[in-house]
Design a protein around this ligand. Structure first.
Ligand SMILES: NC(=O)c1ccc[n+]([C@@H]2O[C@H](COP(=O)([O-])OP(=O)(O)OC[C@H]3O[C@@H](n4cnc5c(N)ncnc54)[C@H](OP(=O)(O)O)[C@@H]3O)[C@@H](O)[C@H]2O)c1
Length: 340
């Protein structure tokens, strides 16, 4: 909080975007003790209004002055804007929680999922780091489920295939699907190919090793968050024409033997997880299950048919919520709880 204890100013950079709007909604729903919102976006949106707890706030462009007196700055305007503004916001005294890829692999910046590694938010002296990174949406939902399994059995290897919502590519990604469904001609496909009635096995550009950048984020971010460079992650990321959330099929090789009922109990008792696993009742999570929900949903849990020390499961989470906005607000809650 700022010098006056009762005041807490929260800046949202990218306030007109899918994630930024969700951040404001989540701050309100979770009764985050913000007394003022400072909504920031590009020059295209200056003057537009956003509402928070019945009050109206006007969008401005980011500037040093806009960050003055801000306690928490939630960034979701892409990596370029983050690189331009994070140090400035931090120098004005804000704790920056950044949703972009700008700082995730910076060794000096913690990469945080509160259910997994909340302790890394703070420096040795107990004060919060000034820049904290929010992981990629596909990574967040996966590590929430991996953490209790890792603690109990150890993890050797994960093979993951994703089924990712068009909202993962922001307003442009959502609008592209709607435009294609209306049959409008596309100058260029936002998802590389037609996404309507299709599935595109490419998210972001390819790297030299044949994996996409999205896939390599899942590899590198998982190891950083779990603080274990021995975990192998082998991902294939796919865009599909859905709203609601991202699905992931996981094949997890554990380091020790497991009992399948114990796995179910362990997951259902873990924070941020909802178990929906009753095939006889056709109960398993789907993207629409997770829409506007903050938890990670897990189902289809079964032992790998060929590898008895390996688990299969299917997980789903709302990429705009737990995959982005909710995770960032949870980090802010941890920061404020320590300051209080
Ligand atoms: N969508 C997801 O599921 C998801 C998940 C995790 C992380 N993220 C990350 O969150 C960020 C935002 O994603 P999104 O899905 O919300 O995208 P989006 O819907 O396209 O929104 C982008 C936001 O950034 C603003 N913006 C763009 N350039 C700017 C600039 N130079 N200065 C100030 N504001 C600028 C836009 O303002 P205008 O409206 O004025 O253009 C808009 O508010 C990205 O870094 C993305 O990688 C997204």
């Amino acid at each position: 909080m700022s010098s006056s204890e009762s005041r807490c100013r929260v800046a949202v950079l990218g306030a007109t975007g899918l994630v930024g709007r969700t951040m404001i909604q989540v701050l309100e729903e979770r009764n985050f003790p913000a007394t003022e919102i400072v909504p920031l976006a590009s020059s295209r949106s200056v003057g537009q209004k956003v509402h928070f707890r019945g009050e109206e706030f006007t969008i401005q462009e980011p500037s040093r002055e806009a960050f003055r007196g801000v306690d928490i700055a939630l960034f979701s305007a892409g990596a370029t804007a983050s690189k331009e503004w994070a140090a400035i916001a931090a120098s004005e005294g804000a704790v920056v929680i950044d949703n972009s890829s700008a700082f995730r692999m910076d060794p000096d910046v913690p990469l945080v999922v509160p259910e997994v590694n909340p302790g890394s938010i703070f420096k040795a002296d107990g004060t919060p780091e000034l820049i904290i990174a929010n992981p990629n949406c596909s990574t967040i939902q996966m590590v929430v489920v991996l953490k209790p399994l890792y603690d109990r059995y150890g993890i050797k290897r994960i093979v993951v295939s994703t089924y990712q919502s068009v909202t993962g590519k922001g307003k442009a990604g959502r609008d592209a699907l709607e435009s294609e469904l209306r049959g409008e001609d596309q100058e260029q496909f936002t998802h590389f190919h037609q996404i309507a009635f299709n599935a595109v096995p490419q998210i972001d550009s390819f790297t030299e090793n044949g994996y996409t950048k999205e896939e390599m984020k899942m590899v590198n971010e998982t190891r950083k968050i779990m603080e274990d460079d021995t975990i192998s992650v082998s991902p294939t990321t796919v865009r599909i024409p859905v709203y609601g959330g991202h699905g992931e099929s996981l094949n997890i090789e554990l380091a020790r033997e497991f009992d399948i009922d114990e796995v179910r109990s362990l997951l259902s008792a873990s924070p941020g997880i909802i178990l929906q696993d009753d095939p006889s009742a056709r109960l398993y999570p789907m993207p629409l299950t997770s829409y506007e929900r903050d938890e990670v949903f897990v189902g289809r849990i079964r032992r790998d048919y060929w590898h008895p020390q390996t688990l299969n499961m299917w997980i789903v989470a709302d990429n705009l919520r737990k995959g982005a906005a909710t995770n960032a607000v949870q980090i802010a809650e941890v920061v404020l709880a320590r300051k209080a």
